[in-house]
Design a protein around this ligand. Structure first.
Ligand code: ATP
Ligand code: MG
Length: 333
């Protein structure tokens, strides 16, 4: 059976983009793949995280995975820092990847902002750690949102260069991105040209998995739109990224195609549409949020899932890591 690896950073509020672009697809893939899902706390510290908040967010992300329907018995949920192979392989990949490759990464440019000199070295080397996450398990498929496509291409280049440099053809597989569904890039509610992100300073820009019904309704009501009616086909999205985004969210949450959604609301005003969207979001997210709250109230179960997951992740990765060290020429006496 092919193996999946995917991760989410415990960097704060999990949002609708993470759910529609990642976690929801994971749940659908569980029957066909062996899955390893990771709370990537080592990625999180590439930007400053308050230690107590990092701990709390790690549990919260794991709870969101469980509450969304990831089966932690059949598959693996764990946090990255507890399996040392991630850091070990990332160092080797720091020595395989080329500076020129990393210089092209747009996420670093977006996250480092204007003052690049002040960004952490970890933020720059982030894609190498991501390649290590995937290849430590020789994962073949990686379900992600569109924003991670470039990093995955880099992981493929690193895998190929390692195989080639060390003369070990097909040692690492070429991991395939799985960019699934109609909401592969959910945009900010305030700016349809910016992706919805945990790290966006404006809370109104996203719907958090922990927002209550009133907050969801309020955020959707305040979401940026325009004075025109809803379009009847995709041509009507031209110059209206916020409209495309809200309709995309509706389509994804209702498991409909964009065409079906366009037909349903053609000519309607935003007042009506936003009411429908808010009702749908509350109905779909409500049960997951209830379960998350229940899990977080007594986190022993979440901790047990993470502990057990780390143990099983170590069991898979340790023999692979030993092979890698041997291939590189690290002496083990
Ligand atoms: P941060 O701002 O800290 O980078 P994030 O919101 O980008 O947080 P990540 O933890 O980096 O979240 O990403 C977790 C997963 O969610 C990845 O698979 C990523 O592709 C996906 N994802 C993140 N944002 C979106 C989005 N707006 N739409 C669809 N998928 C998304
Ligand atoms: Mg991100």
């Amino acid at each position: 059976m092919s193996r999946i690896f995917s991760g989410i950073q415990p960097t704060g509020n999990l949002h609708l983009g993470n759910y529609l672009g990642a976690v929801r697809n994971w749940v659908k893939l569980q029957d066909d793949f062996e899955c390893i899902f990771c709370v990537v706390d080592m990625h999180a510290i590439t930007m400053w995280q308050e230690p107590a908040e990092l701990t709390a967010s790690t549990r919260e992300v794991a709870a969101a995975m469980i509450a969304s329907g990831v089966d932690a018995k059949q598959h693996i949920i764990f946090n990255q820092s507890q399996v040392s192979g991630h850091a070990e392989l990332a160092w080797i990949f720091n020595c395989v990847a080329r500076l020129g490759w990393l210089n092209r990464m747009t996420q670093f440019k977006d996250k480092a902002g204007k003052n690049k000199e002040n960004a952490s070295v970890g933020l720059y080397a982030y894609p190498n750690l991501m390649a290590a996450d995937i290849l430590l398990y020789k994962a073949t498929h990686v379900p992600v949102g569109e924003d991670q496509k470039q990093h995955l291409e880099l992981a493929r280049d690193i895998a190929a260069k390692f195989n080639n440099d060390f003369g070990v053809e097909n040692f690492f597989p070429q991991p395939e991105p799985l960019i699934l569904g109609t909401a592969t890039r959910v945009m900010s509610l305030k700016d349809g040209t910016k992706k919805m992100s945990k790290s966006d300073p404006s809370d109104l820009s996203r719907i958090n998995m922990t927002d209550d019904a009133d907050t969801i309704v309020k955020k959707i009501r305040k979401a940026k739109t325009d004075a025109e009616a809803l379009p009847g086909d995709v041509k009507g999205f031209e110059g209206r990224p916020e409209v495309a985004n809200l309709m995309g969210i509706y389509a994804a949450l209702s498991d409909a195609t964009m065409d079906e959604t366009l037909t349903k609301f053609a000519g309607e005003g935003f007042g009506t549409f936003k009411q429908h969207l808010a009702d749908l979001a509350v109905a779909k997210l409500g049960p997951i949020q209830d379960e998350m709250r229940r899990l977080m109230a007594a986190p022993d179960h979440v901790d047990q899932v993470l502990r057990d997951g780390a143990e099983r992740a170590r069991a898979i990765s340790e023999p692979i890591m030993q092979d890698i060290k041997k291939t590189v020429g690290f002496l083990n006496v």
